[in-house]
Design a protein around this ligand. Structure first.
Ligand SMILES: Cc1cc2nc3c(=O)[nH]c(=O)nc-3n(C[C@H](O)[C@H](O)[C@H](O)COP(=O)(O)OP(=O)(O)OC[C@H]3O[C@@H](n4cnc5c(N)ncnc54)[C@H](O)[C@@H]3O)c2cc1C
Length: 645
């Protein structure tokens, strides 16, 4: 086999099929998947872990993570898990996952201790930051944002995935690196019936894999590349890593899994040619919080609290305002601009220009107190995902000196780019799979964790929900016989998966991805209506029967890429159907229906759910508070003698 003049370096086996049998099958070996596999294995289950890349460095946190959120049970925290979860629920007007975020707040810090026990670096053990305001001298933990309430911990996240991978190996988990899951197997091959396993392809050899399992945990992250894709620079097309393109959602949609909040999308924040790489430009948010900014004439930009009061003291950037209990992050990240939890920030760019400040603005690391400079440049920029090599090392090699040089700021806030209204992304807390208190979906035996869940985000959330789903899936597998795999479903999936191999000079996966983004921008952009969405769905169906049916690939790697894009096509349909189902506009969901302009009428303050049933798309709804009382339900589903923490 030859591709672009190169001999394919692996044996090609796309005529072969391998069968694997296990108790618990984990799809996706990122933060959630590794923890799910570890906790299921510790419960005594036989575990198989299927990962498209290599678990040692795959997933959003594969290259790092600089802060661990919602660590409310750490010894320095002044906020309880219940208070933080309820605050989050109010902040997002109820549109958040109460179950998964309570698990994050209640168990997340224990997962951080687990990672530390596996050999990752969590504390300032080398005393690099001794005496800093953000350090607790006794525990050597370093905090971010709110130095008073201390529930966000700065961490050396680049050490996390290698530690998790070692632990998976130590526990004897069967790891299938370079296998891309393609489909879920269900009882009798029907939608919505009990889970029986999953299929996949080895993206080096092309071998078809069939996994038979009593329980499956979906940990494949969230959909991307729906509205934005850059064929020229695909690696930086999205904020999340390229392989995290939402295959799990597409598989789940085909299997009849219920979704919520898939109608939510936000104006693009990061992508392809529109923005600079994340964290590479001067700013004062997130990783760069709370860096000094200066204007083109060197004048320092002011900092204000949520009431607009100027903060003269640097230390006040790290404390709640007078009368404020806590703040969530600092700076104007859109989701946290709610008065109750709004943190200190520089005023909006337009206000600053009216006050006479001149563009461009620059981050001024040099004028920061030494410890704050050192923690931003070198620790946060360095440990944060995608920063160690392309930013910290590359800038250093190019001669950048944080003690002297300024770094320019682009776009507004931390985004370093400006997008058109129709250029959208699933970012922040987007939609996903609906879960119960065991993190099981409506498909019996199919669990989900991490960014696959609706309204999910962050490493601590992924770790905590992964561990939780793992132990519940293991308990499920321990009391159930395996459901029979339907061989007709396997054969049909094999036919579907291998179809692009037969074609020659057909559609290229990049062309298909680009075409999908055009349809999404034109028919599911900032403004939606029934007419636009129905037309969009028709365009997607046409694309599927024409160009997608002519996809052709030259090797197993491209076969994987082709299926990613076919799944993106499926996810585009899922998003459009979810948009059709909500017949009202919504502020929190950043959702505008031209034909239903009323914003958040009371009868639509609910989760609208969609799933693909036997006879087509089925829509339903749930109360925003369907998960009930947090403590009561947690206790009920995790009795004190279980492996809970
Ligand atoms: C640049 C960046 C910086 C971030 N910084 C922070 C931070 O500082 N703090 C924080 O808390 N959070 C941070 N996050 C978010 C956090 O990393 C994620 O929320 C978290 O890692 C999600 O974990 P997950 O397991 O759900 O998904 P991931 O860790 O992304 O794992 C998903 C895995 O599924 C695999 N996969 C996908 N499809 C398939 C398939 N078909 N078959 C097999 N495997 C598949 C992927 O390869 C991947 O390994 C950051 C994210 C990014 C992108």
């Amino acid at each position: 086999m030859k591709a672009a003049g190169m001999k394919w370096p692996y044996p090609v086996e796309w005529d072969k099929t391998e069968y694997i049998e296990t108790d618990v099958l984990v799809l996706g070996g990122g933060a959630a998947g590794c923890f799910a596999a570890i906790s299921a294995a510790k419960k005594g289950a036989r575990v198989a872990l299927v990962e498209k890349g290599a678990i040692v460095a795959s997933g959003a946190a594969g290259s790092g993570c600089d802060h661990w959120e919602s660590a409310t049970t750490n010894p320095c925290s002044r906020i309880s898990p219940e208070e933080l979860t309820e605050t989050m629920i109010r902040t997002f007007s109820g549109y958040t996952n109460g179950i998964s975020h309570y698990i994050e707040c209640r168990e997340g810090y224990d997962r951080l201790l687990d990672i530390e026990a596996m050999g990752a670096k969590v504390r300032d053990t080398d005393d690099e930051f001794k005496g800093a305001d953000f350090r607790d001298e006794e525990t050597k933990l370093l905090f971010a944002y709110d130095y008073f309430n201390r529930f966000t911990i700065r961490v050396w996240g680049s050490t996390f995935k290698p530690a998790l991978a070692r632990e998976c190996r130590r526990l004897g988990i069967r790891i299938f690196d370079r296998v891309q899951a393609t489909g879920l197997l269900t009882e009798r091959g029907e939608k919505g019936t009990r889970i029986a396993g999953a299929t996949g392809i080895n993206t080096r050899t092309g071998k078809f894999m069939v996994y038979r399992a009593k329980a499956v945990i979906l940990c494949t992250s969230r959909p991307t590349r729906l509205w934005l894709f850059s064929p020229d620079v695909p690696g930086i097309s999205e904020f999340r890593p390229f392989p995290c393109s939402g295959d799990g959602q597409a598989m789940a949609w085909r299997a009849g899994v219920e979704f919520a909040m898939m109608e939510k999308s936000v104006k693009g924040e990061w992508s392809g040619l529109r923005s600079f790489p994340p964290y590479s430009t001067g700013n004062n948010h997130n990783t760069w919080y709370a860096c000094n900014l200066v204007d083109a004439e060197g004048r320092a930009l002011p900092w204000v609290d949520r009431d607009g009061r100027i903060l003269d003291r640097f230390a006040d950037r790290f404390r709640p305002a007078e009368g404020q209990r806590l703040y969530l992050k600092g700076g104007g990240e859109p989701s946290f601009n709610v008065y109750e939890v709004q943190g200190p920030d520089t005023p909006p760019v337009n206000d600053l220009l009216r006050q006479g400040f001149k563009l461009p603005f620059f981050a001024d690391l040099a004028s920061l107190p030494e410890m704050e400079r050192k923690i931003i440049w070198g620790m946060m920029v360095g440990e944060e995902g995608k920063t160690k090599i392309p930013i910290l090392r590359a800038y250093g090699e190019a001669g950048f000196d944080p003690e002297k040089d300024l770094i320019q700021s682009y776009g507004d806030g931390w985004k370093s780019g400006s997008f058109l209204p129709q250029e959208r992304q699933l970012f922040g807390l987007p939609g996903g799979v609906v879960n119960d208190w065991k993190l099981m979906t409506n498909v019996e035996g199919l669990f989900a964790a991490g960014d696959t869940l609706y309204a999910s985000n962050c490493f601590g959330h992924a770790a905590a929900t992964g561990h939780y789903a793992g132990r519940h899936a293991a308990a499920f597998a321990a009391r159930m016989e395996a459901a029979a795999v339907d061989e007709r479903q396997v054969a049909e999936e094999r036919r579907r998966v291998t179809a692009p191999i037969a074609g020659e000079n057909g559609t290229d996966w990049k062309e298909l991805n680009t075409a999908i983004t055009r349809i999404m921008q034109n028919y599911c952009g900032a403004f939606k209506s029934e007419e636009l969405l129905v037309t969009g769905l028709k365009m997607l169906a046409d694309l599927e029967t024409r160009e997608a049916a002519r996809l052709s690939v030259r090797n197993p790697h491209e076969l994987g890429r082709a299926h990613e894009v076919l799944d993106i096509l499926t996810n585009a349909e899922l998003v459009m159907e979810a948009c059709r189902a909500r017949k009202a506009s919504s502020r929190e969901l950043e959702f505008t229906r031209l034909d239903y302009p009323e914003i958040d009428p009371p009868e639509w303050m609910k989760l609208v759910t969609v799933k693909r049933g036997r006879d087509g798309v089925e829509t339903d709804s749930r109360s925003l508070r369907y998960f009930g009382d947090l403590v009561e339900n947690y206790e009920k589903h995790n009795p004190a003698d279980s492996e809970r923490v």
